[in-house]
Design a protein around this ligand. Structure first.
Ligand SMILES: Nc1ncnc2c1ncn2[C@@H]1O[C@H](COP(=O)(O)OP(=O)(O)OP(=O)(O)O)[C@@H](O)[C@H]1O
Ligand SMILES: [Mg+2]
Length: 223
């Protein structure tokens, strides 16, 4: 298995006024292509910060980040943005769908933004797998939370990202919908060999992953 994510001694300090807030204190992380990894740990331990750095949304203060062989520190902001658009899919706790667009348009817009245009085969395969085929003409307000999150996942993976980064994807869902969404992530990982890094507070959610990484106070705990 090829490593797809590698970080070395990754540190992040936020500056709030005159106060330094260390969020990551030296994180060494290795994720292989095709892995489904869960990241767990108490609130404030740096999980989202790590995920945002892996997705190129936030720059680290120091340390190395290699994603699919690309060293973020050697890329310009424009290169990193392009990289993010083509290689990374994001799913968040809040579904972040555009409220005036139908489910179909919410998913298709991702393909347009990426610039590769509409790929009907990929679209069919993804909506079929996520079980949202009969919901495509609905706007978000007419969808349940679980359905909205499935549309958000479809949007995140429609462009075949190398990595899917999910920050508490079941955080706003009840038990039943959480289970459905987790099963879909599992299937996505199995059927499409989708690499997934998922943050969660929920032990049941972590259990669907291949491996759980525990964080505490800006560190990854040893296994
Ligand atoms: N933009 C920011 N500016 C300043 N401090 C921040 C910022 N983002 C995060 N922090 C701080 O960095 C630390 C880690 O935050 P982070 O959001 O990564 O934690 P988390 O593990 O995702 O927590 P949660 O489980 O509550 O989402 C916290 O102390 C937080 O207050
Ligand atoms: Mg967080």
């Amino acid at each position: 298995m090829e490593p797809i994510i590698l970080t070395e001694n990754l540190k992040k300090v936020y500056h709030v006024g005159k106060v330094d807030v260390p969020a990551l204190r030296g994180v060494d992380l290795l994720v292989h292509e095709g892995e489904f990894v869960a990241i767990v740990g108490p609130s404030g331990c740096g999980k989202s910060t790590l995920l945002h750095i892996l997705g190129g949304l936030t720059s680290p203060t120091s340390g190395k980040v290699l994603v699919d062989g690309n060293d973020f520190s050697k890329m310009t902001d424009a290169d990193r943005t392009r990289f993010r658009r083509h290689k990374i899919g994001f799913v968040f706790q809040r579904f972040n769908l555009l409220p005036t667009l139908t489910a179909r348009n919410n998913i298709e817009i991702a393909q347009h933004i990426q610039g590769n245009g509409y790929n009907p085969h990929r679209f069919e395969a993804v909506v079929e797998m996520l079980g949202i085929k009969d919901k495509l003409d609905y706007k978000p307000y007419a969808l349940s939370g679980g359905e909205q999150q499935r549309v958000a996942i479809a949007r995140a993976v429609i462009c075949e990202p190398k990595i899917l980064l999910a920050d508490e994807p079941t955080g706003n869902l009840d038990t039943e919908n959480s289970q459905v969404v987790l099963n879909m992530l599992r299937t996505l990982n199995r059927n499409f060999r989708q690499t997934i890094v998922m943050i969660t507070h929920n032990p049941e959610a972590a259990a669907v992953a291949d491996r759980t990484i525990r964080m505490r106070d800006g560190y990854i705990l040893p296994d």
